[in-house]
Design a binder for this molecule. Structure first.
Ligand SMILES: Cc1cc2nc3c(=O)[nH]c(=O)nc-3n(C[C@H](O)[C@H](O)[C@H](O)COP(=O)(O)OP(=O)(O)OC[C@H]3O[C@@H](n4cnc5c(N)ncnc54)[C@H](O)[C@@H]3O)c2cc1C
Length: 557
């Protein structure tokens, strides 16, 4: 296996060896308790795996022998750590379950195929034995995409693709690479960058997610404005299905009917297992500039992003925080630091220029050839200032870039202190974006208050825009709240439902890049319509007639 799962947290984020300084920062916890309307925070450590009893595997001896014949005994794993590691993804909901020791969704075995033929043979054996199969990349799904439920099946196995991580071919002339789908982000970029190339797909989960997962959840990296979303860079795939191998795409363009690639993008492992993908590459940028700006309010920042899209300024990323996110990060960054005269002067200057509590921070990123990057940045600088922005310089941008994968590491220390932190995202056309933002923010704030553990407790609801298009943009909400320790799942569900209902009622998509999994299933029919769902069911029937692949995800029953 290319990655040692025992070094990654089974019930949290990141390497087991990682120690976050945040955990020790008592001033921070006192401040956070105040922000959440709580007198103090509680100690709520996760249950260690040694104290959890896992239900015995339901895999029959015959099924196990079949899998061993295909893969060899060392790649059919049934030990406690492997089963626990693959029990769920890494959403807040998943973490509440895992941390409490609820491993009822642990697969009965974890299988590690090494070739498309092995995947095909494994699917055939699973079909014969009535075993459900959950395709598994890095397991960073945040929508219940890899939950190991067996549904109506006798047992369930996780099909972990991480042993399929070879770069098969780099075609420098066509600027494409053909790669096995189980490769993790860092390994893929290392191989490409050694040749002066990049895919440029950097989700915040980059360190622990795989190419197959990016395609199957139809993801977007932080630099999607320049490098595109999965659907922009995917050229073709090889997919192992219970009905045989499906080859999709493979051409720079084609008018031979609908694109089969579109059946794979966002298919969440319910139609087949992506074993290989050909992807479009870019030259490794020679320049990478990230700058900070401050806008007077969210509306003027949004107007600047919209104008940049209209003027086709080739930005790599425009990430605009709403007032709460701006305030929260500023307060967070200055915790424990003494206010200097310089800080006071800066505050006086900002207030005088009209930057008050409604101010919104933006990070603007530009990557590419040195000369074009300078030109793009100057064009955006003029535009931002036209919208009243203040340039904060490269320090802010640099800090963001250096810490861009760090955010998720803060979740475990928060959960150790009785604090919940969850995220959700949506997208809508420009004309609907304001209304959608207000409706979802209000829905989250009310639901958190109504489901708080004590009167007066509330949440911190913040939002940013980080992916924009000519016709609209995404909204990404982060909400921090005191956990209802005697009813955490019900609390999570109530908050999630309120926000998701508000999204659908206000013209947003139920997901911009996280996908559907189990968590967004109740809102799928509203978005796709009953005919749309029928089409997805027909495709499922054609490729996976016994329904063994990832039951309970993507397509409502
Ligand atoms: C902290 C954090 C930050 C995140 N940030 C981002 C972000 O910035 N952008 C973004 O797009 N997403 C983000 N995500 C969500 C998640 O990382 C992505 O959805 C990612 O693409 C999942 O990849 P994975 O390899 O972990 O897939 P998994 O979680 O293992 O699987 C995801 C889905 O794809 C299926 N699947 C996996 N591999 C295959 C395969 N080879 N063939 C068929 N089906 C397969 C699974 O069955 C499942 O349904 C984030 C998640 C976390 C926890």
């Amino acid at each position: 296996m290319s990655i040692d799962h025992s070094k990654i947290r089974w019930n949290g984020w990141g390497w087991t060896a990682h120690k976050d300084q945040l955990a020790e920062d008592e001033a921070m916890w006192t401040w956070l308790a105040g922000e959440l309307g709580m007198p103090a925070l509680l100690a709520t450590p996760a249950r260690p795996l040694e104290s959890v009893t896992l239900a015995p595997s339901r895999l029959t001896v015959e099924d196990r022998v079949r899998f061993i014949e295909i893969l060899g005994a060392e790649r059919v794993r049934g030990d406690q750590y492997e089963r626990a590691f693959h029990a769920r993804g890494r959403s807040y909901h998943d973490l509440i379950c895992l941390r409490s020791g609820d491993l009822s969704t642990a697969p009965d075995a974890v299988l590690y195929p090494r070739s498309t033929d092995e995947v095909l043979a494994t699917l055939a054996a699973a079909g014969e034995g009535g075993v459900a199969v959950v395709p598994y990349g890095g397991g960073t799904s945040v929508v219940g995409g890899v939950t190991g439920g067996h549904g109506r099946f006798k047992s369930v196995v996780a099909l972990d693709l991480s042993a399929m991580d070879r770069v098969i071919d780099i075609d420098a002339q066509s600027m494409t690479a053909t790669v096995e789908a189980g490769i993790y982000g860092p390994a893929l970029e290392k191989a490409l960058q050694a040749k002066g190339l990049t895919l440029g797909h950097h989700p915040q989960s980059f360190e622990f997610s795989t190419l197959g997962g990016w395609i199957a959840h139809r993801g977007a990296g932080q630099g999607s404005n320049r490098y595109g979303r999965a659907e922009d860079w995917l050229v073709g795939t090889k997919v192992a299905t219970p009905r045989g191998v499906l080859h999709t795409g493979g051409f720079p363009a084609s008018s031979a009917g609908p694109r089969l690639n579109d059946l794979v993008l966002g298919s969440e492992g319910v139609f087949g297992v992506v074993t290989e993908a050909t992807v479009r590459l870019h030259p490794l940028p020679t320049a990478s500039d990230y700058y900070g700006y401050l806008f007077k309010d969210f509306a003027s920042g949004i107007a600047a992003i919209r104008a940049a899209a209209r003027e086709e300024i080739p930005v790599t990323m425009l990430r605009l925080s709403d007032p709460m996110e701006t305030k929260f990060y500023r307060a967070f960054g200055s915790l424990g630091k003494k206010r200097t005269l310089r800080d006071r002067f800066a505050q006086f200057y900002l207030t005088n220029r009209g930057f008050d509590e409604k101010a919104c921070a933006m990070i603007a990123g530009f990557e590419g050839e040195t000369t074009t990057v300078v030109d793009e940045r100057l064009r955006f600088d003029v535009l931002a200032k036209k919208h009243g922005a203040l340039a904060l310089g490269e320090g802010q941008g640099k800090r963001w870039k250096e810490g861009r994968f760090h955010g998720p590491y803060m979740r475990d220390p928060m959960m150790d202190r009785g604090v919940g932190v969850d995220t959700l995202e949506t997208a809508a056309s420009w004309s609907k974006l304001d209304g959608l933002y207000i409706a979802v923010r209000d829905a989250l704030e009310s639901a958190i208050r109504e489901n708080a553990p004590r009167a007066g407790a509330h949440g911190v609801v913040s939002c940013h825009i980080s992916h924009s298009y000519p016709d609209g943009a995404s909204l990404y909400f982060t909400y921090i709240f005191p956990r209802m320790l005697d009813g955490e799942i019900a609390q999570w569900r109530a908050i999630k439902k309120a926000a998701s209902d508000a999204i659908i009622a206000n013209g947003g998509t139920i997901s911009h890049h996280h996908g559907v999994g189990e968590d967004h299933l109740p809102w799928m029919a509203a978005e796709k319509g009953s005919l749309g769902i029928d089409i997805l069911r027909a495709v499922k029937m054609a490729l996976d007639p016994k329904g063994i692949l990832n039951p309970g995800k993507l397509i409502p029953d």
